[in-house]
Design a binder for this molecule. Structure first.
Ligand SMILES: [Zn+2]
Length: 635
């Protein structure tokens, strides 16, 4: 009897254990708690003065379409002319109806975050007016969206119901977090309730949409971003539970972008094949579902999914997005990545970092931002590449000159809008810096701050009600010295955890510290005005990519050989905003030379490579990929 009793007890405790939701390691901070400084702030100001701040003038028809208000979609709404070429488009016309909601909401999300972080008064006024106008569209039942009463929540085919909301509400919540305007929070809360009432919990199928292409429905899975943030504010489990329900429904319905479906993840023979952006944004849903679930099946699924994504990621952090993954592995010359994918993968890794506290994920985030993303910006003009490759031998529209049988490829160029394809990447290029900044500091508990990502920035937070300001004064990633300047109203004791990147060979500081899971932990009493000086030493690393080509890194930065090119002016959108393409003057390629010396000096890696045309050894100077247009990165 006793044995049975203890067995029952053991079984019960096992059940209790299995039913515990996983513990989250760090907490994220409200948007606006961290602001950019130094070169990063200057770059964001340039963006606001450039295409990020002017997209409404560059593509006015798309931004001014009253899709959330007087122009809501109805049963007989016509497909819109968005100014893009549609030949070779496998996805069909239905998606064009909702496209402007994504363009507008992602753009506004990035725009308002930038102007708040830059404390740009004019921009903040503009954002305020936008939010007031959006709130005025809310129906009595709480609906804020793009469909009229007859159509909403009532679909059997492709639609943008949840996607148009996810992209919009993310921006509204950021606005609330910065301004603390309770009206905005109440409006979003009511709008989310409206979704939960009309797609009842386990009694509806929000992702049912027939058996044809449904990219908009599939993007709608990012509605879990909104639910996650609602949970962050309210700690109400119903939002996470609803997110888990959405993931399950997504997994059990037909999806054209199906990589994240549970059955596909658990199928050992399955290879990623979906539209890249979807695959990478859906990581967040899987993370949120895992932390909402009371079993370990999703933990296993997340591990498998992340491993698959690693194989689809190039050395710069750019994951395949040109545009379907199509069961391929990453490649420096033949596989492109979409700017949207960079933002989505970076944002997903940021959430993963917050939940797991694993320092290595910080390296992945910095790799995407400092290499792939900086390397897809045009260093001389306000525009970005829609698609880019690590080895970029020409930017004349196609992927290094490769022709595609079923479409005229024009994405490999620099543009302030890319309207001929889709205005998706430029809005996301406006989101990436504010999101990068937002995740750079986290808290582990009331008295522990975590410098998760390294960059010039300033954090304003508190320890037990005492306001603490920490400014990271640095030229990182171009330099590796940091001065953490601490200001508070009275001396107090707290802990500072600074992520130690994997490439650090030596830490230099006068502080007493310990290393804990790749974090430098400094625990002491700080004065009202205090400073921590810290620097990292590193060495050039020569590594091999998945096909055996060599590449050079120094610290977080990936280095490349720049290729001189002729700049060709393309479509002129509005005043200074212009498309540019680039044709190389020479088609020389270089090979790696074994046993050659290399050294780092003043921002350059100096070494020798073999000129493939002449077979001669030449002295070369490599520069960070983020400063290049055309380049050879692997040798
Ligand atoms: Zn895009």
């Amino acid at each position: 009897m006793k044995l049975i009793q203890s067995l029952v007890l053991l079984l019960m405790s096992t059940i209790t254990l299995a039913q515990t939701k996983p513990v989250e390691k760090f907490q994220s901070l409200p948007f606006g708690a961290i602001k950019p400084r130094g070169w990063l702030k200057e770059q964001m100001q340039k963006d606001v003065d450039g295409f990020v701040g002017n997209l409404d003038l560059i593509v006015p028809d798309l931004i001014n379409d009253p899709i959330y208000s007087t122009g809501r979609l109805q049963k007989h709404s016509k497909v819109k002319d968005l100014g893009n070429h549609k030949e070779g488009d496998v996805a069909g016309d239905e998606q064009y109806k909702w496209w402007n909601s994504e363009t507008q909401s992602n753009w506004w999300d990035g725009y308002l975050r930038n102007v708040f972080l830059l404390e740009d008064k004019k921009g903040i006024e503009k954002a305020k007016k936008y939010v007031e106008n959006i709130l005025a569209t809310q129906d009595e039942d709480g609906y804020i969206g793009i469909y009229d009463k007859e159509l909403r929540y009532n679909f059997s085919s492709e639609n943008g119901e949840l996607w148009s909301k996810a992209s919009l509400y993310r921006g509204l919540l950021a606005y609330y977090e910065y301004t603390k305007d309770e009206n905005v929070f109440t409006a979003v809360k009511r709008a989310v309730e409206n979704v939960m009432e009309n797609y009842p919990f386990y009694a509806s199928s929000p992702f049912y949409s027939g058996t044809s292409f449904n990219g908009g429905v599939s993007h709608g899975l990012t509605f879990t971003d909104v639910l996650e943030r609602m949970y962050f504010h309210t700690k109400d489990e119903k939002y996470r539970d609803y997110a888990l329900f959405l993931y399950k429904d997504f997994s059990n319905t037909y999806q054209s972008e199906a990589d994240v479906q549970l059955k596909n993840i658990l199928d050992p023979g399955y290879k990623l094949k979906s539209h890249g952006v979807h695959t990478f944004e859906h990581i967040r849903t899987l993370i949120i579902a895992k932390y909402a679930a009371e079993n370990s099946e999703l933990t296993n699924a997340l591990d498998i999914y992340l491993e698959r994504i690693k194989n689809a990621t190039t050395i710069s952090g750019g994951a395949i997005g040109d545009e379907w993954i199509a069961e391929r592995n990453a490649d420096a010359t033949h596989i492109g990545y979409e700017y949207c994918s960079l933002q989505e993968l970076m944002d997903s890794y940021s959430l993963l970092f917050q939940k797991t506290g694993k320092a290595k994920i910080g390296d992945d985030i910095e790799n995407i931002f400092y290499n792939a993303a900086q390397g897809s910006r045009n260093p001389n003009h306000s525009c970005i590449a829609y698609l880019k490759t690590d080895n970029s031998f020409e930017m004349l529209g196609t992927k290094n000159g490769e022709t595609e049988p079923d479409r005229k490829q024009t994405r490999y160029k620099y543009s302030p809008a890319h309207q001929d394809v889709a205005v998706c990447c430029n809005p996301n290029a406006g989101r990436i810096s504010p999101y990068f900044v937002q995740n750079s500091w986290m808290k582990e508990n009331e008295t522990t701050f975590v410098a998760a990502l390294l960059m010039p920035n300033v954090l304003e937070s508190s320890v037990n009600g005492n306001i603490v300001i920490i400014e990271n004064i640095t030229e990182y990633p171009n330099q590796k010295e940091f001065k953490f300047k601490i200001t508070q109203s009275k001396p107090s004791g707290f802990t500072l955890k600074i992520r130690k990147p994997t490439w650090v060979k030596k830490i230099k500081t006068n502080e007493v510290y310990r290393i804990e899971n790749d974090f430098i932990v400094i625990e002491r009493t700080f004065f009202t005005s205090d400073v921590i000086n810290l620097s990292f030493e590193t060495e050039i690393q020569v590594k091999k990519d998945n096909i055996g080509s060599h590449y050079f890194t120094y610290g977080v930065l990936l280095f490349a050989l720049p290729i001189k090119a002729k700049e060709i002016v393309g479509k002129i959108y509005y005043t200074k905003f212009t498309d540019f393409t680039y044709e190389p003057f020479l088609k020389t390629r270089y090979l790696f030379k074994n046993n050659e010396k290399f050294r780092y000096k003043n921002g350059f890696i100096k070494t020798k490579l073999i000129n493939q045309n002449t077979n001669k050894i030449e002295k070369v100077e490599l520069i960070p990929i983020g400063k290049t247009i055309l380049r050879q990165t692997t040798f």
